[in-house]
Design a binder for this molecule. Structure first.
Ligand code: PMP
Length: 360
């Protein structure tokens, strides 16, 4: 019998599985399963990536000053209160490591992101799953689930895989109603796609128990490079920086992300094209009889009559070389989450689903 045992909670973690990138036997796969940008990264970001090759032998700076300055300038924030990580996943991890431990509770919601319970278990805390209402985060249900042990509440806004959004007044009500010991994490991985929403800046400015997180993985088309950031009041950022590895981001990550952030023209184009294609896809899928909520992200959640029907539609899409995401693990056994691709990709998806539903 081995005496080597992991920390409590670790074996509770369900391994995070990302879907496949290609369909075996197909010459070409249309991958619409990971909410990646079909437009890739901006040319300016790619040029900065290439230039960074000249400095690969150098350790990166540890304070991320240039990247934080770019993020702060673009969003009108205080650069001293921005923290950068290896994807927003790492910033979420900093929060869990710094603020939760054995005996503590970490709240996430029914259709929330899979990383939340993983992060809770990884630090020995207990994840507490709270129901949503009609696929929207339910503030009252969260407030009722809070106890004196609640340390963190993770909310994805817009939600993944729902694409729904909680209005800022509701976010404020949540932040205000939490026990004094609890932090609200506003995970804004899809914020850029949510018209008129800035990820919760006003709430961060007003309250010391709120942190917002953002990413370069989605709208900026840099999922492969792993860069994210967070914004909170100075006291929390000071805590998080203590556990951040000093060299967590490479020169390549830093330079590419900075150039991407400064290329807002590219971002605007990506966001407006995505919004147009999302509206078209939502309508086209509804016309086939599939249920689709209005999405504020770069994907839509298609809900079918049953799990079997979703599985059969998934198979029909795969037969056509299209990969989408089954989301049974997120509480939607009858759902398929479909990334909003370019117009031609949306048309292909709608065509296959229309045929599947017998309306084309
Ligand atoms: N939050 C949500 C809701 C997400 O969907 C994702 C990506 N799947 C992340 C956070 C993490 O993104 P990243 O680490 O690439 O920034």
């Amino acid at each position: 019998m081995t005496k080597i045992t992991p920390q409590p909670g670790i074996m509770e973690i369900a391994l995070y599985k990302s879907g496949e990138a290609v369909i075996a036997g197909k010459s070409e796969t249309l991958k619409l399963s990971a909410n990646e940008s079909p437009y890739g990264a901006s040319d300016k970001a790619k040029a900065a990536f290439a230039r960074s090759a000249a400095t690969l032998h150098r350790y990166p700076g540890t304070d991320h000053a240039d990247l934080r300055a770019a993020i702060a300038e673009v969003h009108g924030l205080d650069p001293a209160r921005v923290i950068c990580g290896v994807g927003s996943d790492e910033v979420l991890q900093f929060v869990a490591q710094a603020y939760a431990g054995a005996g503590d509770e970490v709240i996430h919601t029914e259709h929330g992101f899979a990383m939340y319970p993983i992060l809770a278990h990884a630090v020995g805390a207990t994840p507490v799953c709270v129901a949503e209402r009609d696929r929207v985060v339910d503030v009252d249900a969260i407030l009722s689930a809070c106890t004196a042990r609640t340390r963190i509440v993770f909310i994805a806004n817009p939600g993944n895989p729902t694409g729904t959004i909680l209005p800022e007044a509701e976010l404020a009500r949540l932040a205000e109603g939490l026990p004094e010991s609890a932090i609200l994490v506003l995970d804004g991985a899809y914020t850029e796609f949510a018209d008129g929403y800035d990820g919760g800046v006003a709430l961060v400015e007003a309250r010391e128990n709120v942190i917002m997180t953002r990413t370069f993985s989605k709208a900026y088309g840099l999922g492969g490079l792993r860069i994210g950031w967070g914004y909170a009041q100075g006291a929390m950022i000071e805590v998080l920086n203590r556990i951040r590895q000093p060299f967590n981001l490479s020169p390549t990550q830093l330079a590419t992300a900075e150039a991407a952030m400064r290329d807002q023209e590219w971002l605007t184009k990506v966001v407006s094209d995505t919004a147009r294609n999302r509206a078209w896809l939502t309508e086209a899928l509804r016309e086939t009889g599939v249920e689709v909520d209005e999405s504020h992200a770069n994907f839509v959640l298609a809900r079918f009559g049953s799990e079997d029907e979703a599985a059969a539609c998934d198979a029909a899409l795969r037969a056509d070389g299209i990969i989408v995401r089954r989301v049974g693990g997120y509480g939607f056994p009858n759902g398929l989450r479909i990334t909003v691709g370019e117009e031609s990709a949306c048309r292909r998806v709608a065509h296959v689903i229309g045929l599947f539903k017998g309306v084309r």
